[in-house]
Design a protein around this ligand. Structure first.
Ligand SMILES: *Cc1c(COP(=O)(O)O)cnc(C)c1O
Length: 460
């Protein structure tokens, strides 16, 4: 059909040819993505439509297993948790649960989602700054690990424990300056100011709460493993202080998530291969610091604490791709080429801060030139890529964005377009829909139209 379509006249423009080099070194010319997890992109788009998210079960499991292995060799008591907010599609969560990851949730909704998937309360870490009373009651009854974010929550949880007539084991979330990453001081209790120790004392004095853990989550896309080494050292020192000053015995340290994924942050010009540490590097930094930080405590007869990690993006990001189709070509007044795609920042929220790897399915004939990739939204900020070298693309041609597994299927928005389907390429090569494309019924299900407004025209 496309071959018979008449090409529109486009005013010729002069384009400087790159010699395969730009100011940052070699360009990645002529790279294509013909297949995702060995399934041809063209087949996927034909069967399931465009745009389309595609997950790889095999890649997800490999990533999960590699991270586990990296720590298993270095720390004897490990618990890995899957950060739901990074991607809470049921198929993703259950793949990771099958790999031995418990659930890490940051809201009442996520808690329900985990329980709905069949995750028992004892295998849920409950974080986040908003845990309503009913959610705390449920989490306490079901034995979840509750990590207290603030004093009001602490008081509320005491009331809840009183009401349930039980003693609730808890951890407190801490924030502090590692010297290597910007402190996220809005979450948890600040260590330097003394707030954290006050909170620990307050919990230790409580007849209804029992301090068993310390939690921190120092940031996201943290590319310097030394930040984690510093955080581990700080947690160990704080554990010693708390144990010396209260009767608490700390059973676990939770170091949160934040490991970088193989993605290119905007403004960082080195390729991810050069700046993103391997899981083993994070593991070494953390476990060496924990070894050093717990040695004296062990000599006093205390067992090593369990280490909990709450990994998100590093496990899922490169296990998902987005296929987007070209819907229009245009020439911008400044001479650059504009391409309108059927997927925009409505589905690829992370286009705001990443330069995703974007590749055509096959390399088209013609000269590559500077191109702006736009999404389909009537919104000026809907830019999938400000500048990329691409040859002319035909209507219907597909581009593949990668890695897109982290934070897109949770932060996408339903704005003037339906959210696309998500499929998973299973280990046996089969392809399963794991989230249907939305339709009008999905979008209007919650709406109620008052009787007087039942008809669009005519007298009320
Ligand atoms: C978001 C979050 C994570 C996961 O972070 P990543 O950067 O995706 O690894 C872990 N723990 C907490 C408390 C979080 O809020």
């Amino acid at each position: 059909m496309q071959a018979t379509m008449k090409k529109p006249w486009i005013t010729p423009t002069l384009v400087a040819h790159g010699g395969g080099l730009n100011k940052f070194g070699a360009t990645r010319h002529h790279q294509v993505t013909e297949r995702i997890a060995e399934v041809p992109v063209a087949d996927l788009a034909r069967r399931f439509g465009s745009p389309l998210f595609v997950l790889s079960e095999a890649r997800l499991r490999e990533n999960a297993a590699r991270l586990k292995a990296a720590f298993a060799h270095r720390w004897p008591k490990m618990v890995h948790a899957w950060s739901y907010k990074t991607n809470y599609l049921g198929a993703v969560c259950n793949t990771l649960h099958q790999e031995g990851y418990i659930a890490e949730v940051v809201s009442a909704f996520e808690y329900e989602k985990a329980r709905g998937l069949g995750v028992p309360g004892e295998r849920i870490v409950f974080n986040g700054p908003h845990k309503p009373r009913v959610a705390l009651e449920r989490a306490a009854r079901e034995g979840a690990r509750i990590h207290i974010d603030n004093l009001d929550e602490l008081y509320l949880l005491e009331e809840v424990a009183e009401g349930l007539d039980m003693t609730v084991p808890v951890a407190i979330r801490l924030n502090f300056d590692t010297g290597f990453s910007d402190p996220w001081s809005r979450f948890g209790f600040n260590l330097e100011s003394g707030q954290a120790l006050d909170a620990a004392r307050r919990v230790a004095d409580s007849p209804r709460l029992k301090l068993t853990g310390l939690h921190t989550h120092i940031g996201t896309f943290v590319t310097d493993p030394r930040a984690y080494a510093a955080a581990a050292g700080i947690l160990c020192a704080f554990m010693d202080t708390v144990e010396a000053e209260t009767r608490a015995v700390i059973e676990y340290l939770d170091m949160g998530g934040g490991f970088a994924s193989n993605n290119a942050l905007q403004g960082v010009y080195l390729p991810p291969e050069q700046i993103v540490p391997a899981p083993e590097q994070y593991a070494e930094a953390i476990c060496d610091a924990l070894m050093a930080g717990t040695r004296a405590r062990e000599a006093r007869g205390r067992a090593k604490p369990t280490l909990i990690l709450e990994t998100g993006r590093a496990v899922v990001d490169d296990a998902e791709w987005l296929i987007a189709g070209v819907v229009a070509n245009k020439r911008l007044p400044d001479g650059r080429r504009g391409v309108v795609l059927d997927a925009g920042v409505n589905v690829l929220f992370t286009a705001y801060w990443y330069h995703h790897d974007v590749r055509p399915v096959r390399w088209p004939d013609g000269i590559a030139e500077e191109t702006v990739l736009y999404g389909p939204l009537c919104m000026n900020i809907d830019i999938m890529r400000q500048s990329i070298q691409l040859p002319p693309l035909a209507l219907g041609d597909k581009l593949v964005f990668h890695p897109v597994g982290a934070y897109n299927n949770t932060q996408w928005m339903q704005f003037i377009e339906y959210r696309p389907a998500v499929v998973m390429v299973m280990r046996d090569g089969g392809v399963e829909v794991v989230r249907e494309r939305e339709d009008l019924a999905c979008v209007t299900r919650q709406e109620r139209i008052p009787a007087r407004l039942a008809q669009p025209f005519g007298k009320p």
